[in-house]
Design a protein around this ligand. Structure first.
Ligand code: GLN
Ligand code: ZN
Length: 759
């Protein structure tokens, strides 16, 4: 019988029970015991599910109170110095993740550790902080307690552990002149301690995640693996798990390791299978990550079985079947969805359904007749979908097939456009503007929710939202901004809003995926060819423009960002999806322009995070990503000014692609880095206009006039003042009106002072 397992299961609970329990605990509304109770109930259900589906193991150690990298830090007794305070407990963990509240300590509060994206997913982890004198000691028993807990419930447990090299690699040095790899020997001693405990717990197999093996590691890191795995060798068998990309490059290193099996991700890199099978040492198992752990689609089990037959013949019982990565990145249970059509429902599988897929696929590979039949019948909807004309729309495909370089070209170059724009849009030196959203007050959110529940008619809703727009426009006028926005009161989220208003997307009720801690996101799903059936933003924007003589900036979310923050189709490429979006947005740009909107912003905050894991794949991605943005903007006439916005602080590696977007104006996040990131723009000689953020909207602090003034002056030493804009870092939706108005008044005042100086 084929051995089956999953790499991990969502820990948030079917209806985000962990989220609510955590937040209650943090708000002081419940105690540790109540929180522990919710968590053990979730684990119990997760393990029972794996047992019900006859998986060979119940995976333990995949639970995390905040994120699993932070969990590993605690397991290793590796707490940032500023958070050390005796024996680490759950509150220590939360302090590292969330920062220490000033009220709790009566002090200024110690800062949280940094958080960053987990590879190319939308999950985030707390970055381990390393100093030269760091020590590691087992002090936190969560892993062992949970193994115990699962064993008591009658499960055969396979614990999961983040590997020592990935743990080190994913962290950062917080001291100058020291290399965190030098901590490896000390770290390995702690891992030896972990293994000794696992032996005592009679663990047969442990899953060690080393996802960094799918990156392009330099020799220094790669060559550390061999010794490391020798050092931690014990009687517990090791399944080394890799995911998110191919590990073919690293195979010479991997096959030398003192381990017992390898797991590879066949969802993101199916092509690696034959090479991996070929290279697999004789006594190892190969765990085939066949069921995609990070998307929502039902598997075509017939096809999966075929693709694994040769490996099965060669490896026999040494072939295991599993999910490609942890199911952490999938929504939990499709059965909870009540709003999907039967057809759409039959296209999906969430975490719970994927566990069943693992089992059926393994049985079918074993030649079980009933399972083979089941797989055939189960795969029908997803096979039928390939021919569906409601999925594959002739009109969209025709437009896509005819896409040529001309579709991505504006009719004039920047110099000429800028000339036209100056005539049509009369703007002062250092024009002031904002990034789009204004405070989303509870009234704003309540209005949208009431409309969604059907408690407001379309007419009533429109009137209330127009009221918010009017208020927002009046406030901006009073503040004295030059380019206004309508404020985005009708949008819950910059991607979801477009997904709801474009044909080709499906939204869900409970399709939550953990982002970090108690934060979850509910991405829409691209289910069909994307079409814009009617204008989306024109009515609101036109209304806003009717209230003022100042230019009103239209506000769109760019094609790459929509792609990155939704679940993509798997039957067509990411590039094709993005181009479909680009055409839809191109039409929206044309309609906004016809409605008299002269400035249109196309936000692309996600363009950088969409980069593939391997740098050799970057250029290809950037080429089509940039092209799609340009297709979106290409319907703009020379006198229509296209803005884009990106909120991050690392442009160096993609600056030429950012320039290639050829937006007339780009607004970026700079205030926290004290304008340092402008170096990239200066060195590159960025040709168009730039609005470096001068107000950090992530903090409630109101920046002073002087502070903003010196930031603009600093920016002006790098970018010619004729091409500088003045604006906040990002949208203001999370701020309140009071701090927003005061900050923007200061921003306008600082600009006035500089204009006077320069006059
Ligand atoms: N226009 C969006 C806003 O202001 C941009 C948000 C973003 O960059 N993440 O909210
Ligand atoms: Zn932003």
């Amino acid at each position: 019988m084929t051995t089956t397992h999953i790499l991990g299961y969502p820990r948030v609970g079917e209806k985000r029970e962990l989220k609510f329990a955590l937040e209650q605990y943090w708000n002081g509304e419940s105690d540790v015991k109540a929180l522990q109770g919710v968590a053990s109930e979730i684990r119990k259900n997760n393990w029972a599910l794996q047992q019900d589906n006859q998986l060979s193991f119940a995976t333990a150690g995949d639970f995390a109170w905040y994120d699993h990298v932070l969990g590993t830090s605690l397991l290793l007794g590796h707490v940032p110095k500023r958070h050390k305070n005796g024996f680490p407990d759950l509150d220590t963990l939360f302090r590292i993740g969330r920062g220490q509240s000033q009220a709790s300590c009566g002090c200024s509060g110690e800062a949280a550790s940094d958080m960053t994206k987990w590879f190319n997913t939308n999950y985030h982890y707390i970055v381990p902080e390393f100093s030269a004198d760091d020590k590691f000691e087992l002090s936190w028993t969560q892993l062992f307690d949970e193994i115990n807990e699962a064993q008591k419930q009658g499960h055969k447990v396979k614990p999961v552990l983040l590997g020592p090299l990935s743990y080190l690699y994913l962290g950062k040095e917080v001291e100058e002149g020291f290399d965190r790899l030098t901590l490896l020997p000390r770290l390995l001693a702690a891992y030896q301690g972990i293994f000794a405990k696992l032996e005592k717990l009679n663990v047969e197999w442990v899953q060690i995640d080393e996802p960094i093996l799918s990156l392009e590691l330099d020799a220094k890191w790669l060559s550390s693996f061999k010794l490391a795995y020798q050092v931690i060798r014990s009687d517990v068998k090791v399944l080394l798990t890799t995911y998110f990309d191919s590990v073919v490059d690293a195979l010479p290193t991997i096959t030398e390791l003192a381990i017992d099996g390898l797991h590879v991700d066949l969802a993101s890199a199916p092509e690696q299978l034959s090479e991996v099978v070929e290279a697999l040492p004789e006594n190892w198992v190969l765990s085939a990550g066949a069921i995609n752990g990070r998307n929502v689609w039902r598997a075509n089990l017939v096809e999966k079985r075929e693709s694994l037959t040769a490996a099965k013949e060669k490896l026999g019982e040494r072939l295991w079947i599993g999910t490609s990565c942890s199911l952490l990145h999938s929504p939990v249970d499709l059965e909870l969805e009540t709003g999907l059509s039967a057809e759409t429902q039959s296209w999906f599988a969430f975490a719970k359904q994927k566990v069943a897929e693992v089992n059926w696929l393994a049985k079918a590979l074993d030649g079980d007749k009933q399972a083979i039949e089941y797989c055939e019948q189960y795969s029908q909807p997803i096979i039928k979908r390939q021919q569906s004309t409601s999925v594959n729309k002739a009109s969209v495909q025709k437009r896509l097939a005819n896409l040529t370089p001309a579709d991505a070209k504006r009719s004039a170059n920047y110099a000429e456009r800028s000339h036209h724009q100056k005539e049509v849009i009369k703007l002062p030196l250092l024009p002031t503007t904002t990034i789009g959203s204004f405070p989303q007050t509870s009234e704003v959110r309540k209005t949208r929710a009431a409309f969604k529940r059907g408690e407001l008619t379309q007419g009533q809703y429109r009137e209330i939202i127009q009221g918010f727009i009017q208020d927002t426009v009046e406030r901006q006028q009073a503040i004295g901004l030059d380019v206004l926005v309508h404020g985005e009161a009708e949008r819950n989220d910059m991607v979801e809003y477009f997904a709801e208003n474009l044909a080709g997307f499906q939204t869900t009720q409970f399709g939550w995926v953990q982002s970090y801690g108690s934060r979850c996101v509910k991405p829409a799903i691209v289910v069909a060819d994307i079409e814009r059936e009617q204008a989306i933003t024109v009515d609101w924007t036109q209304y806003a423009q009717s209230l003022t003589d100042k230019p009103m900036k239209g506000m769109l979310t760019g094609p790459v960002t929509i792609l990155c923050w939704t679940f993509p189709r798997e039957d067509i490429s990411r590039e094709a999806i993005t181009n479909q979006l680009a055409f839809a947005l191109q039409d929206e740009v044309a309609d906004l322009q016809s409605a008299g909107i002269n400035i249109i912003q196309i936000d692309e905050p996600a363009i950088r995070e969409g980069l593939p894991l391997k740098s050799r794949d970057h250029q290809e991605y950037l080429n089509w990503a940039v092209n799609a943005f340009k297709v979106s903007a290409a319907s703009a006439k020379p006198e229509t000014q296209i803005h884009t916005h990106m909120c991050y602080s690392e442009f160096n590696e993609i600056i030429d692609s950012v320039a290639a977007l050829d937006a007339d104006v780009i607004t970026i996040e700079t205030s926290r880095s004290n304008m340092e990131l402008l170096n990239a723009f200066e060195e590159f000689n960025y040709p168009n206009e730039i609005g470096p953020g001068v107000y950090d909207i992530h903090s409630p602090n109101v920046p002073s006039v002087e502070w903003i003034e010196q930031l603009i002056e600093k920016a002006a030493t790098r970018i010619p003042v004729e091409r500088l804009w003045v604006n906040p870092d990002c949208g203001l939706k999370t701020r309140n009106w009071q701090e927003t108005e005061q900050s923007l008044k200061n921003l306008v005042e600082a600009t006035h002072r500089l204009r006077a100086k320069l006059a």
